[in-house]
Design a protein around this ligand. Structure first.
Ligand code: APR
Ligand code: PHB
Length: 389
Protein backbone atom coordinates (compact mmCIF):
# COMPACT_ATOMS: atom_id res chain seq x y z
CA UNK A 1 0.00 0.00 0.00
CA UNK A 2 1.11 3.58 -0.66
CA UNK A 3 -0.22 6.84 0.83
CA UNK A 4 0.96 10.45 0.64
CA UNK A 5 0.94 10.82 4.42
CA UNK A 6 0.83 8.18 7.15
CA UNK A 7 -0.57 9.59 10.39
CA UNK A 8 0.44 7.72 13.54
CA UNK A 9 -2.15 8.19 16.31
CA UNK A 10 -5.89 8.82 16.13
CA UNK A 11 -6.32 11.38 18.91
CA UNK A 12 -7.55 14.90 18.14
CA UNK A 13 -4.29 15.85 16.30
CA UNK A 14 -4.21 12.85 13.98
CA UNK A 15 -7.93 12.91 13.22
CA UNK A 16 -8.05 16.63 12.48
CA UNK A 17 -4.97 16.45 10.26
CA UNK A 18 -6.43 13.48 8.40
CA UNK A 19 -9.70 15.27 7.77
CA UNK A 20 -8.06 18.49 6.52
CA UNK A 21 -5.69 16.59 4.21
CA UNK A 22 -8.57 14.55 2.79
CA UNK A 23 -10.51 17.73 2.01
CA UNK A 24 -7.51 18.86 -0.08
CA UNK A 25 -7.27 15.51 -1.82
CA UNK A 26 -4.07 14.50 -0.02
CA UNK A 27 -4.19 10.75 0.45
CA UNK A 28 -3.64 9.69 4.09
CA UNK A 29 -4.23 6.94 6.61
CA UNK A 30 -4.49 7.01 10.42
CA UNK A 31 -2.90 4.15 12.40
CA UNK A 32 -4.25 4.05 15.96
CA UNK A 33 -3.01 1.64 18.61
CA UNK A 34 -6.22 1.57 20.65
CA UNK A 35 -9.77 0.53 19.86
CA UNK A 36 -12.33 3.13 18.83
CA UNK A 37 -14.21 2.64 22.15
CA UNK A 38 -11.04 3.31 24.12
CA UNK A 39 -10.28 6.54 22.24
CA UNK A 40 -13.89 7.75 22.66
CA UNK A 41 -13.88 6.98 26.37
CA UNK A 42 -11.03 9.32 27.36
CA UNK A 43 -12.24 12.31 29.38
CA UNK A 44 -10.25 15.48 28.80
CA UNK A 45 -10.51 19.25 29.15
CA UNK A 46 -12.75 21.03 26.71
CA UNK A 47 -12.09 24.76 26.55
CA UNK A 48 -11.79 25.67 22.87
CA UNK A 49 -10.13 28.82 21.57
CA UNK A 50 -11.73 30.63 18.62
CA UNK A 51 -8.81 29.49 16.39
CA UNK A 52 -9.65 25.90 17.32
CA UNK A 53 -13.30 26.46 16.43
CA UNK A 54 -12.25 27.88 13.04
CA UNK A 55 -10.14 24.80 12.34
CA UNK A 56 -12.99 22.46 13.31
CA UNK A 57 -15.29 24.45 11.02
CA UNK A 58 -12.78 24.07 8.19
CA UNK A 59 -12.78 20.33 8.85
CA UNK A 60 -16.59 20.30 8.59
CA UNK A 61 -17.14 19.11 12.16
CA UNK A 62 -18.62 22.14 13.89
CA UNK A 63 -22.41 21.52 13.62
CA UNK A 64 -22.87 19.80 17.00
CA UNK A 65 -20.28 22.03 18.62
CA UNK A 66 -22.20 25.13 17.54
CA UNK A 67 -25.45 23.71 18.95
CA UNK A 68 -24.18 22.12 22.15
CA UNK A 69 -21.06 24.12 23.05
CA UNK A 70 -21.28 26.92 25.61
CA UNK A 71 -19.71 30.26 24.80
CA UNK A 72 -18.07 31.80 27.83
CA UNK A 73 -17.30 35.52 27.85
CA UNK A 74 -15.43 35.37 31.13
CA UNK A 75 -13.80 33.22 33.79
CA UNK A 76 -14.02 33.47 37.56
CA UNK A 77 -10.90 33.58 39.68
CA UNK A 78 -10.89 33.11 43.41
CA UNK A 79 -8.41 33.90 46.13
CA UNK A 80 -8.94 32.92 49.79
CA UNK A 81 -12.65 32.23 49.03
CA UNK A 82 -13.19 35.64 47.45
CA UNK A 83 -14.17 35.54 43.77
CA UNK A 84 -13.64 38.05 40.96
CA UNK A 85 -14.20 37.95 37.22
CA UNK A 86 -11.95 38.28 34.19
CA UNK A 87 -14.10 39.68 31.40
CA UNK A 88 -12.55 37.93 28.39
CA UNK A 89 -14.97 39.48 25.93
CA UNK A 90 -14.36 43.05 27.04
CA UNK A 91 -10.60 42.59 27.26
CA UNK A 92 -10.05 40.73 23.96
CA UNK A 93 -13.32 40.86 22.03
CA UNK A 94 -13.18 37.06 22.02
CA UNK A 95 -14.73 34.24 24.02
CA UNK A 96 -13.93 30.57 24.61
CA UNK A 97 -16.26 27.64 23.94
CA UNK A 98 -16.75 24.87 26.48
CA UNK A 99 -17.23 21.57 24.61
CA UNK A 100 -15.68 18.28 25.77
CA UNK A 101 -12.60 17.02 23.98
CA UNK A 102 -14.24 13.59 23.90
CA UNK A 103 -17.03 15.13 21.82
CA UNK A 104 -14.52 16.75 19.44
CA UNK A 105 -12.93 13.32 18.92
CA UNK A 106 -16.32 11.67 18.33
CA UNK A 107 -17.30 14.33 15.77
CA UNK A 108 -14.00 13.89 13.90
CA UNK A 109 -14.22 10.08 13.93
CA UNK A 110 -17.75 9.98 12.59
CA UNK A 111 -17.02 12.57 9.88
CA UNK A 112 -13.90 10.70 8.70
CA UNK A 113 -15.85 7.44 8.57
CA UNK A 114 -18.75 9.05 6.72
CA UNK A 115 -16.36 10.45 4.12
CA UNK A 116 -14.66 7.05 3.72
CA UNK A 117 -11.41 8.20 5.30
CA UNK A 118 -8.93 5.54 6.40
CA UNK A 119 -8.53 4.81 10.11
CA UNK A 120 -7.04 1.54 11.30
CA UNK A 121 -7.73 0.88 14.98
CA UNK A 122 -5.90 -1.73 17.06
CA UNK A 123 -2.77 -1.26 14.93
CA UNK A 124 0.06 -2.98 16.84
CA UNK A 125 3.81 -2.32 16.81
CA UNK A 126 3.50 0.74 14.56
CA UNK A 127 7.00 1.76 13.45
CA UNK A 128 8.01 4.64 11.17
CA UNK A 129 11.10 3.64 9.15
CA UNK A 130 13.60 5.28 6.80
CA UNK A 131 12.14 8.71 7.55
CA UNK A 132 15.60 10.16 6.90
CA UNK A 133 15.38 9.00 3.26
CA UNK A 134 13.14 9.87 0.32
CA UNK A 135 11.37 6.53 0.69
CA UNK A 136 9.93 6.37 4.20
CA UNK A 137 7.47 3.65 5.21
CA UNK A 138 5.54 2.54 8.26
CA UNK A 139 5.13 -1.04 9.41
CA UNK A 140 2.54 -2.40 11.85
CA UNK A 141 0.55 -5.51 12.69
CA UNK A 142 -3.20 -5.84 12.32
CA UNK A 143 -4.92 -9.01 13.58
CA UNK A 144 -1.49 -10.63 13.77
CA UNK A 145 -0.66 -9.87 10.09
CA UNK A 146 2.41 -7.72 9.25
CA UNK A 147 1.60 -4.67 7.07
CA UNK A 148 3.73 -2.02 5.34
CA UNK A 149 2.65 1.36 3.99
CA UNK A 150 5.03 3.40 1.81
CA UNK A 151 4.59 7.16 1.97
CA UNK A 152 6.09 10.61 1.29
CA UNK A 153 5.87 11.80 4.89
CA UNK A 154 4.95 10.61 8.37
CA UNK A 155 2.96 12.69 10.87
CA UNK A 156 3.69 11.61 14.46
CA UNK A 157 0.41 12.39 16.25
CA UNK A 158 0.82 9.61 18.79
CA UNK A 159 0.82 11.52 22.06
CA UNK A 160 3.44 11.77 24.81
CA UNK A 161 3.98 7.99 25.07
CA UNK A 162 4.05 7.40 21.31
CA UNK A 163 6.81 5.93 19.18
CA UNK A 164 7.37 8.82 16.76
CA UNK A 165 9.44 11.12 18.96
CA UNK A 166 11.82 8.28 19.83
CA UNK A 167 12.77 7.91 16.15
CA UNK A 168 14.59 11.26 16.14
CA UNK A 169 18.29 10.63 16.93
CA UNK A 170 19.37 11.61 20.46
CA UNK A 171 22.08 13.87 19.06
CA UNK A 172 19.43 15.98 17.33
CA UNK A 173 16.52 16.10 19.77
CA UNK A 174 16.52 18.23 22.91
CA UNK A 175 13.89 18.03 25.66
CA UNK A 176 12.76 20.65 28.15
CA UNK A 177 10.75 19.52 31.13
CA UNK A 178 9.23 20.65 34.42
CA UNK A 179 7.41 18.22 36.69
CA UNK A 180 5.14 19.83 39.27
CA UNK A 181 5.09 18.45 42.82
CA UNK A 182 1.32 17.82 42.87
CA UNK A 183 -1.50 16.27 40.87
CA UNK A 184 -5.15 16.99 40.09
CA UNK A 185 -7.87 14.79 41.50
CA UNK A 186 -10.81 15.16 39.14
CA UNK A 187 -14.40 13.98 39.29
CA UNK A 188 -17.24 13.99 36.82
CA UNK A 189 -20.71 14.13 38.35
CA UNK A 190 -24.23 14.29 36.96
CA UNK A 191 -25.06 17.51 38.77
CA UNK A 192 -25.69 21.03 37.45
CA UNK A 193 -22.48 23.12 37.31
CA UNK A 194 -22.05 25.41 40.31
CA UNK A 195 -21.36 28.45 38.15
CA UNK A 196 -22.11 29.53 34.58
CA UNK A 197 -18.41 30.21 34.10
CA UNK A 198 -15.31 28.23 35.08
CA UNK A 199 -13.87 29.00 38.52
CA UNK A 200 -10.09 28.79 39.10
CA UNK A 201 -9.43 28.99 42.84
CA UNK A 202 -6.27 29.63 44.83
CA UNK A 203 -6.76 28.56 48.45
CA UNK A 204 -4.52 27.85 51.42
CA UNK A 205 -5.34 24.11 51.05
CA UNK A 206 -4.45 24.18 47.35
CA UNK A 207 -5.92 24.83 43.91
CA UNK A 208 -9.48 23.96 42.85
CA UNK A 209 -11.31 24.22 39.53
CA UNK A 210 -15.02 24.13 38.83
CA UNK A 211 -15.73 23.22 35.20
CA UNK A 212 -18.52 21.59 33.26
CA UNK A 213 -19.54 19.50 30.27
CA UNK A 214 -23.25 20.42 30.03
CA UNK A 215 -26.27 21.60 32.11
CA UNK A 216 -26.26 18.40 34.11
CA UNK A 217 -22.65 17.26 33.97
CA UNK A 218 -20.00 18.94 36.08
CA UNK A 219 -16.24 18.47 36.17
CA UNK A 220 -14.38 19.46 39.34
CA UNK A 221 -10.73 19.22 40.30
CA UNK A 222 -8.68 19.73 43.43
CA UNK A 223 -4.91 19.83 43.81
CA UNK A 224 -3.56 16.83 45.76
CA UNK A 225 -0.07 15.67 46.70
CA UNK A 226 1.60 13.59 43.96
CA UNK A 227 1.55 10.31 45.88
CA UNK A 228 -2.12 10.60 46.90
CA UNK A 229 -4.15 7.39 46.52
CA UNK A 230 -7.53 7.61 44.80
CA UNK A 231 -8.98 5.04 47.28
CA UNK A 232 -8.49 7.63 50.03
CA UNK A 233 -10.97 9.94 48.39
CA UNK A 234 -14.61 9.09 48.95
CA UNK A 235 -17.03 11.37 47.09
CA UNK A 236 -17.98 12.98 50.39
CA UNK A 237 -14.36 13.77 51.23
CA UNK A 238 -13.87 15.28 47.76
CA UNK A 239 -16.95 17.53 48.03
CA UNK A 240 -15.99 18.67 51.54
CA UNK A 241 -12.51 19.65 50.38
CA UNK A 242 -13.76 21.29 47.19
CA UNK A 243 -16.23 23.44 49.16
CA UNK A 244 -13.43 24.65 51.42
CA UNK A 245 -11.48 25.91 48.40
CA UNK A 246 -14.18 27.53 46.24
CA UNK A 247 -15.45 31.11 46.68
CA UNK A 248 -17.98 31.25 49.52
CA UNK A 249 -21.04 31.89 47.27
CA UNK A 250 -20.19 28.85 45.13
CA UNK A 251 -19.49 26.61 48.13
CA UNK A 252 -22.88 27.59 49.61
CA UNK A 253 -24.85 26.70 46.48
CA UNK A 254 -22.98 23.74 44.95
CA UNK A 255 -25.09 20.66 44.21
CA UNK A 256 -23.21 17.46 45.05
CA UNK A 257 -23.88 13.89 43.94
CA UNK A 258 -22.09 10.65 43.30
CA UNK A 259 -19.16 10.73 40.93
CA UNK A 260 -19.31 8.84 37.62
CA UNK A 261 -15.55 9.11 37.09
CA UNK A 262 -12.69 9.86 39.46
CA UNK A 263 -8.98 9.98 38.66
CA UNK A 264 -5.68 11.61 39.62
CA UNK A 265 -3.38 13.11 36.97
CA UNK A 266 0.16 14.43 37.44
CA UNK A 267 1.07 17.86 36.04
CA UNK A 268 4.00 18.45 33.76
CA UNK A 269 5.37 20.86 31.15
CA UNK A 270 7.40 19.27 28.35
CA UNK A 271 8.69 20.39 24.95
CA UNK A 272 10.94 18.64 22.46
CA UNK A 273 12.91 20.48 19.82
CA UNK A 274 12.90 20.26 16.87
CA UNK A 275 9.37 19.14 16.09
CA UNK A 276 10.43 17.61 12.79
CA UNK A 277 13.26 15.51 11.40
CA UNK A 278 13.64 14.85 7.70
CA UNK A 279 10.27 13.29 6.64
CA UNK A 280 8.86 12.97 10.17
CA UNK A 281 6.68 15.71 11.69
CA UNK A 282 5.56 15.66 15.34
CA UNK A 283 2.18 17.12 16.24
CA UNK A 284 0.40 17.78 19.57
CA UNK A 285 1.20 15.79 22.71
CA UNK A 286 3.88 13.83 20.81
CA UNK A 287 6.00 17.00 20.98
CA UNK A 288 4.73 18.90 24.01
CA UNK A 289 2.69 18.62 27.19
CA UNK A 290 1.18 21.42 29.25
CA UNK A 291 -0.31 21.25 32.72
CA UNK A 292 -4.12 21.53 32.35
CA UNK A 293 -4.38 24.81 34.29
CA UNK A 294 -4.54 27.00 31.17
CA UNK A 295 -6.62 24.47 29.16
CA UNK A 296 -4.13 24.66 26.30
CA UNK A 297 -3.43 20.97 25.45
CA UNK A 298 -6.00 20.48 22.71
CA UNK A 299 -5.71 24.05 21.43
CA UNK A 300 -1.96 23.65 20.95
CA UNK A 301 -2.44 20.37 19.11
CA UNK A 302 -4.83 22.20 16.78
CA UNK A 303 -2.38 25.04 16.10
CA UNK A 304 0.32 22.47 15.22
CA UNK A 305 -2.16 20.92 12.79
CA UNK A 306 -2.77 24.38 11.32
CA UNK A 307 0.94 24.87 10.53
CA UNK A 308 1.49 21.32 9.27
CA UNK A 309 -1.65 21.23 7.14
CA UNK A 310 -0.74 24.56 5.58
CA UNK A 311 2.81 23.34 4.85
CA UNK A 312 1.60 20.03 3.37
CA UNK A 313 -0.93 21.79 1.18
CA UNK A 314 1.84 23.98 -0.25
CA UNK A 315 4.07 20.91 -0.66
CA UNK A 316 1.48 19.00 -2.68
CA UNK A 317 -0.21 21.87 -4.49
CA UNK A 318 2.78 24.13 -5.27
CA UNK A 319 5.68 21.66 -4.91
CA UNK A 320 7.38 23.88 -2.33
CA UNK A 321 9.24 22.60 0.72
CA UNK A 322 9.37 25.96 2.43
CA UNK A 323 6.43 25.45 4.81
CA UNK A 324 7.64 22.00 5.83
CA UNK A 325 11.13 23.37 6.50
CA UNK A 326 9.63 26.08 8.70
CA UNK A 327 7.06 23.82 10.43
CA UNK A 328 9.07 23.19 13.58
CA UNK A 329 10.04 26.84 13.98
CA UNK A 330 6.48 28.15 13.44
CA UNK A 331 4.83 25.58 15.68
CA UNK A 332 7.41 25.96 18.47
CA UNK A 333 7.15 29.71 18.69
CA UNK A 334 3.45 29.39 19.54
CA UNK A 335 4.02 26.29 21.70
CA UNK A 336 6.52 28.08 23.96
CA UNK A 337 4.09 30.95 24.59
CA UNK A 338 1.43 28.48 25.70
CA UNK A 339 4.00 26.61 27.80
CA UNK A 340 4.83 29.90 29.51
CA UNK A 341 1.17 30.75 30.11
CA UNK A 342 0.28 27.30 31.47
CA UNK A 343 3.33 27.39 33.76
CA UNK A 344 2.29 30.86 34.98
CA UNK A 345 -1.34 29.83 35.67
CA UNK A 346 -0.07 26.72 37.47
CA UNK A 347 2.48 28.64 39.51
CA UNK A 348 0.05 31.40 40.43
CA UNK A 349 -2.87 29.20 41.51
CA UNK A 350 -1.26 26.20 43.24
CA UNK A 351 0.33 25.66 46.64
CA UNK A 352 3.88 24.36 46.29
CA UNK A 353 5.12 22.08 49.09
CA UNK A 354 8.33 24.06 49.48
CA UNK A 355 6.65 27.48 49.20
CA UNK A 356 8.39 29.97 51.50
CA UNK A 357 6.67 32.92 53.16
CA UNK A 358 8.35 35.14 50.55
CA UNK A 359 6.94 32.98 47.71
CA UNK A 360 3.54 33.16 49.36
CA UNK A 361 3.56 36.97 49.49
CA UNK A 362 4.62 37.13 45.83
CA UNK A 363 1.74 34.83 44.89
CA UNK A 364 -0.71 36.87 46.97
CA UNK A 365 0.37 40.09 45.29
CA UNK A 366 0.25 38.54 41.82
CA UNK A 367 -3.44 37.72 42.35
CA UNK A 368 -4.26 41.05 44.01
CA UNK A 369 -2.59 42.78 41.05
CA UNK A 370 -4.69 40.65 38.72
CA UNK A 371 -7.89 41.65 40.49
CA UNK A 372 -7.11 45.35 40.31
CA UNK A 373 -5.10 45.96 37.15
CA UNK A 374 -6.68 45.96 33.69
CA UNK A 375 -3.20 45.55 32.17
CA UNK A 376 -2.59 42.38 34.17
CA UNK A 377 -6.07 41.04 33.32
CA UNK A 378 -5.47 41.71 29.65
CA UNK A 379 -2.31 39.60 29.64
CA UNK A 380 -4.21 36.70 31.17
CA UNK A 381 -7.22 37.18 28.89
CA UNK A 382 -5.33 37.31 25.58
CA UNK A 383 -3.44 34.16 26.45
CA UNK A 384 -6.52 32.35 27.76
CA UNK A 385 -8.59 33.01 24.62
CA UNK A 386 -5.59 31.96 22.52
CA UNK A 387 -2.76 33.83 20.80
CA UNK A 388 -3.07 34.26 17.02
CA UNK A 389 -1.62 31.62 14.66
N1 APR B 1 0.93 3.66 17.51
C1 APR B 1 -0.29 4.14 17.15
N2 APR B 1 -1.00 4.98 17.91
C2 APR B 1 -0.46 5.37 19.07
C3 APR B 1 0.82 4.93 19.50
C4 APR B 1 1.52 4.03 18.66
N3 APR B 1 2.72 3.57 19.00
N4 APR B 1 1.10 5.49 20.70
C5 APR B 1 0.03 6.24 21.01
N5 APR B 1 -0.91 6.18 20.05
C6 APR B 1 -2.22 6.86 20.00
C7 APR B 1 -2.92 6.94 21.34
O1 APR B 1 -3.65 5.77 21.60
C8 APR B 1 -3.82 8.15 21.13
O2 APR B 1 -5.08 7.79 20.63
O3 APR B 1 -2.00 8.21 19.63
C9 APR B 1 -3.09 9.00 20.11
C10 APR B 1 -2.55 10.28 20.70
O4 APR B 1 -3.62 11.07 21.12
P1 APR B 1 -3.51 12.15 22.30
O5 APR B 1 -2.68 11.61 23.39
O6 APR B 1 -4.89 12.59 22.59
O7 APR B 1 -2.65 13.34 21.63
P2 APR B 1 -3.06 14.43 20.56
O8 APR B 1 -3.91 13.86 19.47
O9 APR B 1 -1.82 15.15 20.22
O10 APR B 1 -4.05 15.39 21.33
C11 APR B 1 -3.64 16.38 22.17
O11 APR B 1 -5.17 15.55 23.76
O12 APR B 1 -3.96 14.45 25.40
C12 APR B 1 -4.72 15.54 25.12
O13 APR B 1 -4.03 17.22 26.60
C13 APR B 1 -3.90 16.70 25.33
O14 APR B 1 -5.56 18.07 24.80
C14 APR B 1 -4.40 17.53 24.28
C15 APR B 1 -4.73 16.70 23.13
C1 PHB C 1 -12.04 20.61 32.17
O1 PHB C 1 -13.21 20.96 32.00
O2 PHB C 1 -11.74 19.41 32.26
C2 PHB C 1 -11.00 21.67 32.30
C3 PHB C 1 -11.35 22.98 32.06
C4 PHB C 1 -10.39 23.97 32.16
C5 PHB C 1 -9.10 23.64 32.50
C6 PHB C 1 -8.75 22.32 32.72
C7 PHB C 1 -9.71 21.33 32.62
O3 PHB C 1 -8.18 24.63 32.62
Amino acid sequence: MRKNVVIIGGGPSGLLLSRLLSIDGIDNIVLEKQSEEHVMGRIRAGVLESGTIEMLKKAGVSDRLEKEGFNHDGIQLSFKNHGFRINLKQLTNKHVTVYGQTEVTKDLYSKIKKENGDIINNAEDVLPQDVHTDAPFVTFKKDGVEKKIKCDLVAGCDGFHGISRTIIPKAIIKSFERKYPFGWLGILSETPPVSEELIYANHGNGFALASMRNENLSRYYIQTPLNEKIENWTDQKFWDELKKRLPTEAADTIVTGSSIEKSIAPLRSFVCEPMSWKKLFLVGDAAHIVPPTGAKGLNLAVSDVYYLHDALKKYYQSQTNEGLNKYSYNALSRVWKAIRFSWWMTTTFHKFPEQSSFDQRIQDSEIEYLENSVASQKVLAENYVGLPY
